[in-house]
Design a protein around this ligand. Structure first.
Ligand SMILES: Nc1ncnc2c1ncn2[C@@H]1O[C@H](COP(=O)(O)OP(=O)(O)OP(=O)(O)O)[C@@H](O)[C@H]1O
Length: 255
C-alpha cells in the first residue's frame, strides 16, 4: 500500500512522469486495488491502466463495480488496499447519473454548468468572462443553449443528463469520469455527447466512461471489462469485447 501527500492510503496524487505501458503513457495506474463500502468489498485486487488523452470504456454486468471504480478514480471512495497512481494532481471531473444535490437547488441550467468552473475559481470569487465563454461553448456543444435559463430541476431526464455532461466538460479536467452518460438519451443527444467527448479527448482530456452500450464501448480506444469486482480483460475493445467474452461475462449468445 502506498500513501500520498495527504497521507491517504493507496492514492498517490503527485504528478508522475513516464507511467508507460501498452498504448502509451497512462493517466492512471491501478495496482491490486481493493475498495468498496463499509461492510462490503466490491473491487477485488484490480490491476489496470487508463491511457492518457484517450477514451476508456468500463463495461460489465449490473453490480460488476463500474460505478465504484469511477468513485475510486474520482477520490470519492478510498482504496482499502493496493494503489491508485494518477499522473495529474488536478481534481478529476465526475459526471454521475443524477445529481440529487444540484437538482434540489434552485438554479438555472447555465448556473449549473458554471459550477464546473468553480474548480478553477473558489466559489466566493466571481467567474470571469472567459469562464462564462467556456460555459456557453459547452451549452452549445451539448445542444442545450436554448435551455440555459430554465431551472435545472425542471428539465427532462435526458436534458438534465446533457446539462451534467456540459458541467463536467466545463470543468476542463485532465481526467473526466462519466457514469453511463448515454443512458436514456435520444439519438441526437447521443451524437452530441459523443462529439463533445471526442473534442475533449482531442484537447488532451482523458475520458473514462462506464457504459452498458457495447457499441459505444467498441468506439473507445481502451476497455476495462469487469465482472463481480474483478478485471476480466483489458485492452483495445476489439480484443476485449469478443463474442466469447460476451458469452462468458453476460451469458449472451449473440455479438
Ligand atoms: N453505497 C453503497 N453501499 C454499499 N454497497 C454498494 C454501494 N454502492 C454500490 N454498492 C454495491 O457494490 C456493488 C457494485 O455496485 P456498482 O454500482 O459499483 O456496480 P455497477 O457495475 O456500476 O452496476 P450497474 O451497472 O448496475 O450500475 C453492488 O453489489 C452494489 O450493491
Amino acid at each position: 500500500m502506498s500513501a500520498d501527500h495527504e497521507g491517504r492510503a493507496g492514492v498517490r496524487q503527485e504528478p508522475r512522469e513516464g507511467i508507460e505501458g501498452p498504448g502509451g503513457e497512462a493517466m492512471v495506474v491501478l495496482r491490486g486495488l481493493v475498495a468498496g463500502y463499509a461492510r462490503r468489498t466490491v473491487l477485488h485486487g484490480l490491476t489496470a491502466r487508463v491511457p492518457r488523452a484517450r477514451t476508456t470504456a468500463v463495461v460489465g454486468p449490473n453490480g460488476a463495480g463500474k460505478s465504484t471504480l469511477l468513485s475510486v478514480l474520482a477520490g470519492v471512495v478510498r482504496p482499502a488496499a493496493g494503489s491508485v497512481e494518477r499522473s495529474s494532481a488536478r481534481r478529476p471531473g465526475l459526471v454521475v447519473q443524477r445529481s440529487a444535490v444540484s437538482d434540489a437547488l434552485p438554479m438555472t441550467v447555465r448556473e449549473a454548468v458554471a459550477m464546473g468552473r468553480w474548480a478553477h475559481r473558489s466559489p466566493w470569487r466571481r467567474l470571469t468572462w472567459q469562464d462564462w465563454a467556456v460555459v456557453d461553448a459547452r451549452l452549445a456543444d451539448l445542444g442545450i443553449a436554448d435551455l440555459a435559463g430554465r431551472q435545472l430541476g425542471a428539465l427532462s431526464g435526458g436534458q438534465r443528463r446533457r446539462a451534467l455532461v456540459a458541467q463536467g466538460l466545463a470543468q476542463e479536467p485532465d481526467l473526466l469520469l462519466l457514469d453511463e452518460p448515454a443512458a436514456g438519451l435520444d439519438a441526437a443527444a447521443l451524437q452530441r455527447i459523443a462529439d463533445a467527448l471526442e473534442a475533449a479527448v482531442a484537447r488532451g482530456t482523458t475520458v473514462v466512461q462506464a457504459t452498458h452500450d457495447i457499441a459505444a464501448a467498441r468506439r473507445a480506444e481502451h476497455c476495462l471489462l469487469l465482472k463481480d469486482g474483478r478485471l476480466v480483460a483489458e485492452g483495445p475493445p476489439e480484443r476485449v469485447l469478443t463474442p466469447e467474452a460476451l458469452v462468458r461475462v453476460w451469458g449472451l449468445g449473440v455479438e
